[in-house]
Structures are given as structure tokens and as C-alpha cells.
Design a protein around this ligand. Sequence first.
Ligand code: AMP
Ligand code: ZN
Length: 494
Amino acid sequence: MALEIYNTLTRKKELFTPLEPGYVGMYVCGPTVYSDVHLGNCRTFISFDIIYRYLKYLNYKVRYVRNITDAGHLEGDRDEGDDKFSKMARAQKIEPMEIVQRYTLGFRDVMQLFNTLPPSIEPTATGHISEQIAMTQTIIDNGYAYEKNGTIYFDVEKYNAEKPYGILTNRKLEDLLEGTRDLDGQDEKKGRLDFALWIKAKPEHLMQWPSPWGMGFPGWHIECSAMSSKYLGKQFDLHGGGMDLAATHHTNEIAQNEACFHKSPAQIWMHTNMLTVNGTRMSKSLGNGFLPHELFTGAHALLDKAYSPMTVKFFMLQTHYRSTLDFSNDALQASEKGLKRLWEAYENLQKMQYTLGEINVEIEEKTATLIHGFDESMDDDFNTAKVLANMFEIVPIINSIKDGLMPIGSISQNTFALLQTKMKSYLEDVFGLIPAQESNNNNLANVMELLIDIRKEAKLKKDFATSDKIRNQLSNIGIVVKDEKDGSVSWNIG
Ligand code: AMP
Ligand code: ZN
């Protein structure tokens, strides 16, 4: 079997044929760095990391571009108001780029804790202002954008007269228009769906740049068109992001690229489904976002205990990336047990020495089929859940050998060797799970739980000398303990 990928654009799985044999260009919309990434964001980035790793496992040379949105993303989805960075900067009385720096570093730390690989290029919107201006100018020159008082709008109706604007989510312009409110007479836009490529800045605006249309800043959508075309060319293989980006951000990216280059950017559009909490999408604006460190420390009302990054990642891999995934303490607990069981079997497997014996045809065939199923499942639109299901069927075989219930020679030497190498490639290289971190993190979390308990008891007894000593000495070794307003205690490695 060869790799098939579900394409949002065609609404079916397609055989993956890279534009240039042996090479893959992949663009993924990165985080908007104005606050901490939540676990939903992490799901999307972890999914694309596994996809990147699998493409490398298939020996493709992959250029993986994931941007950092550090300008242009406005508060609401209308083209007005402050951008998210300036709003935070104003509130905290610091520079917008301090906000950007803080959350970019935080994002990278979290991605490292999940053992994801850094992308090949991580371009920033602020580093590509001239490219965004140039692209905007070409779109104006080609007749698909217009200026109103220093702001440049994309003319959706004009574009739609030639090319279907809603092609990505298979919707007609009339249907899309239904979901928008009427222009109120004050609006600069000609059409309700028109969106800004460049936005005029008020004098007090904190992030602004000179342009042929005066001082301003780029719209959010144009940054991805400018950066993907710069680093991957006008057409490339894969474009990804969360499903919530398809209807607007990615739809606008396609329109911009077509209007500028007369080409649709990506062959295949991939969208990850949402991480939900009690069935509702996890999101910053809804206030139901779990932060990764709340999981790693257990400091959240919905959690009984801390979970390691590998448990959280394993929990995510047990569901296909195009299905929703509901987050709960019980599900995490099950994943923790599952990962432990799998990892123990894997470690035992790696220590085993093969000796010839009488092959049990049934076990031999079953084992071989399960192992071949790894690649088959990943070739079937990156079905990590199916790979793990196969692994869990292999675990009892490994355990039977380990416990002396079945001779190792019941399976052939070839199959046994394949089992050892494929389990290693998948668990460590494709899924990027790390065993050592698993136990170290659990140990640290357990020790912290104990210290926090002792401190709590000391405080109850008004023994503040002891409680302060615990907090101060932890702080000296870089662990910050914080008393939360709700009475709980959190900690992080600061
Ligand atoms: P943002 O920082 O808001 O631009 O989002 C970064 C990425 O996370 C985007 O690809 C979003 O589609 C994705 N995302 C946001 N919320 C969720 C969620 N609840 N589950 C999965 N992905 C999400
Ligand atoms: Zn984007």
C-alpha cells in the first residue's frame, strides 16, 4: 500500500504523490503568540509532528514550515480593533514584542516537553512585512483588491465571479453571505465577506509599518500566503492546521494565492479535529483551555493528579487526528496505564535474545500481520490509533514469551527481528515517545505532591518556618510553588 491522505479540498482520501519525487513541502499554521498555548493547540501541533516524522520515516526529504503569528491577528474576526499582542502589551504595560518573546519561548518549551521536532523553518509575520506588502500590491494590480482610507480589502465577490471562493469547505457564496451581518453604512468594505490584506494603523497603534498605503499592519491571512510561497514555492504538497481554520483563514489563503499567482497553494489540505472538554471545543476565548503545565503538575480542578507529557501525547495518539477527542481525567488515567503496559512490554522485548524453536504457524502469522499493519495503518491517512491497537494485541505475545508461557522460537527469527525494529521505529521515531522522561517526570510529580502536602500540614499547624523553607528552597533550585486563589497549590519549573 502507498500513503493516502484525506484532502479537505476534495473530501476524500487521495494517493499522495509529491510534486517533486522524494521531496515534501509542508506548511502548518503556527500559534498566535499572545498567550500560553492550550492543550487543544498542542493536539494540532503534535498531530502534524507525527505526520512530519512519518514522512521522514518514509524517507522523504521534508521541508516543514510552521510560522509564528506575531502580528496582524486582531481581537475579533472583524477587521477592526487592536491586535492581540498590542492588547496584552497595553494591559501589562510592556512592549508587544515582549509578549511575543515570552509566548514564543513558552510554546517552544512545551513542544520540546512533548518531544516534537522543530520545524525546518519557523518564520514570523513581523519578519516578513515586505513580502506581505509585495503580495498585497500584486493582488491590487491583478484587480482583486481595493483601497479604502489606507486599508486594503480583498474583493471576494469579484474573485468569486471567476473562481469559487468557498471551494475548501464546499460552500457557495450565497450560503456564506447568509452567515454574515449586513454592512452598516459606516463600513469601508464593498462586500460583506471582503477581508483586509493591509490595515491602516491609528497613530496610537503599537505595531505598525510603512507601506505604499501609509502606516499600517498586515492582515492575518496574508502572512501565511506570503511565508508559504516564499519558502515552499507557489505550489507545494501539504498545508495543515486545525479544522477551525478551514472556513476563513485557509479559504482566504487560497483566494489570495489564486489572485496573486493564479495558482492554488497546496495540493492537499489537512485539518485536525478539535480537542474538546465535555463536548465543547477547548479554546482560549471560551475559558475552558487546559494549559500543558496544569497537566504536568496536576494543578487543575478537573484533575486528580499530574500526568506526564508522554501520557498526554499517548492519549492523543489513541484517537485519529480527524476525530474529535474529549479530554477527561478518566481518559488520561487509562492512557497512563496503557502506556506503562506497552512500554514495559517494549523494554522486555528489546532485551530478549532469540533462539530457534518450533514455529507456531498461527502465532507467527498473527504477529507478522500485526506488524505489517503499522505501516498499512499509517499509510491510511496516518491512523495512529490503529497502530496502537495493533501494538496492544502484540503485548500479550511479548508477555507470554517473557513469562515463559510460550517459547520465543514460536515465531520465526525474521518476524522477531522485525518486531524489535518496528516497535522501536514506531514508538521512538514516528511517535516520539521517550521512556526516561516518563519515569523522571512521574517521580518529580510524586515528590512535589509529597512536599506540597508537608507544606500544607505545616501551614495548618502555623509552622510557617517549615512551609517557607520548603517554598524558598524549591525556588532556589528553580521550582516555583504558587498558592492559587482557590486554595490549590501549583508549581512549575520556572
Ligand atoms: P491559534 O494560536 O489560536 O492561532 O491556534 C493554533 C492552532 O491550534 C490552529 O491550528 C488552531 O486551529 C488549533 N486549535 C485551536 N483550538 C484547538 C482545539 N480545541 N483542538 C485542536 N486544535 C485547536
Ligand atoms: Zn495560517
